[in-house]
Design a protein around this ligand. Structure first.
Ligand code: R1P
Ligand code: URA
Length: 254
């Protein structure tokens, strides 16, 4: 067997020890924190944006692997983890809420994503819905209720860009294309809860290939009030979402 069985992640089949569930945050620095909430955490590899640890829940192996930001790198992580035997993916992210009733620190569980990405089009035509798996979503809901966390379920807008695609104007150019002006208001009026950047790719890939995927995110900014998150809100929201995803993994495994 070679030192790595897949192109990017730097992992072998034996590294996974038969794990079939992966927790996939965007941020590589979140991986160790998630692993630390389980038993016997071990660092496996770090390449590019992909940092991978293995840990255990009641003796069952779980993989934690960062996807980096956006659909293209997420598609690589999900593809290569699937080649290695993963069949269930739980994404844990941070997010910007666009509805005024959602507060910083709340948790959002995505039931489906608006496909504002490019990568998901390489897996299914745009008419195909990016839907979450029912069992994964139920496990996330059960975990959020157990932790007495304020959570909301619904549709997420999943954009390739953090700035124009999420209609942010506080940029170098201050420019947003005409076709994206008013887009946040349109998503609000359609009941969309939030923006993030990976769920469209993840949910489309998994729904079309017989894989299971769920998605939870901590709210770090409310876009009806401001465009930029602050550091304290990021830490708080991340830690709430991370505890929920580990509990959800436990519910799916045991
Ligand atoms: O906190 P993560 O999981 O990276 O998720 C969100 O944060 C990043 C943008 O800052 C994007 O990846 C977005 O989806
Ligand atoms: O506003 C936000 C916050 C986090 N992640 C995003 O993609 N958008």
């Amino acid at each position: 067997m070679s030192s790595s069985d897949v192109f990017h992640l730097g992992l072998t089949h034996s590294d996974l020890k038969g794990a079939t569930l992966a927790i996939i945050p965007g941020d590589p620095q979140r991986v160790e924190k998630i692993a630390a909430l389980m038993e016997n955490p071990v660092h496996l590899a770090s390449h590019r944006e992909f940092t991978t640890w293995r840990a255990e829940i009641s003796g069952n192996p779980v993989i934690i692997c960062s996807t980096g930001i956006g659909g293209p790198s997420t598609s690589i992580a999900v593809e290569e983890l699937s080649q290695l035997g993963i069949r269930t993916f739980l994404r844990v992210g941070t997010t910007g809420a666009i509805q005024s009733y959602i507060q910083v620190g709340d948790v959002l569980i995505t039931t489906a994503a608006v496909r504002l990405d490019g990568a998901s089009l390489h897996f299914a035509p745009v008419e195909y819905p990016a839907v979450a798996d029912f069992d994964c979503t139920s496990a996330l809901v059960g975990a959020a209720k157990h932790h007495r966390t304020k959570f909301h379920m619904g549709v997420t807008a999943s954009s390739d860009t953090f700035y124009p695609g999420q209609e942010r104007y506080d940029t170098y150019s201050g420019r947003v294309l005409n076709r994206l002006k008013g887009s946040m208001q349109e998503w609000q009026s359609l009941g969309v809860m939030n923006y993030e950047m990976e769920s469209a790719t993840l949910l489309t890939m998994c729904a079309t290939q017989g894989l299971r995927a769920g998605m939870v995110a901590g709210v770090i900014v409310n876009r009806t009030l401001q465009e930029t998150p602050d550091a304290r809100s990021m830490q708080l929201a991340e830690s709430v979402a991370v505890n929920i995803v580990v509990d959800a993994a436990r519910r799916l495994i045991i």
